[in-house]
Design a protein around this ligand. Structure first.
Ligand code: FME
Length: 139
């Protein structure tokens, strides 16, 4: 189900709760909403659709596939951190963020299977942005 985009900065600054297997429907809604906004948006976190659960969806720019993660955590960063201006569907304008060129992420898939996967480049940047949302960090 496609949901409205949350733009309340106070709400978006609250840390999301851990997701559970009961939250699969939220993950589906998040993915539907991201796809519906694909012209302006490459990644979303569940708080952007008003749900404070740690779930993210994003377009993997390497594979061209959409991916969903529950409770993602960056367990390793590599390369030299850089600063970049980022925009967001939930926020006005652009803001500067510090990002790493490569990351290793531990997360649960929608079947609650634990996974570890590495990402680089713009995909890694998107994931860092969405994990910031889970932690209430507005870029
Ligand atoms: C380069 S990271 C930007 C991510 C942003 N998504 C919002 O959560 C978007 O524009 O899709």
């Amino acid at each position: 189900m496609i949901k409205d985009i949350m733009r309340d900065e106070l709400f978006l600054q609250m840390k999301s709760l851990p997701a559970t297997k009961e939250d699969k429907g939220i993950a589906d809604d998040l993915l539907d909403t991201l796809k519906a906004n694909a012209m302006q948006c490459v990644g979303m976190a569940a708080n952007m659709i008003g749900v404070q659960k740690c779930i993210i969806a994003f377009l993997n720019k390497e594979s061209g596939q959409y991916e969903v993660m529950l409770n993602p955590v960056i367990i390793k960063t590599s390369g030299i951190a850089y600063r970049v201006m980022e925009g967001c569907l939930s926020l006005a304008g652009e803001r500067e963020a510090k990002r790493y060129p490569q990351i290793k992420v531990q997360y649960y898939d929608t079947d609650m299977k634990l996974k570890i996967k590495s990402y680089k480049g713009f995909t890694a940047q998107i994931i860092q942005h969405e994990i910031d949302h889970c932690n209430g960090i507005l870029i």
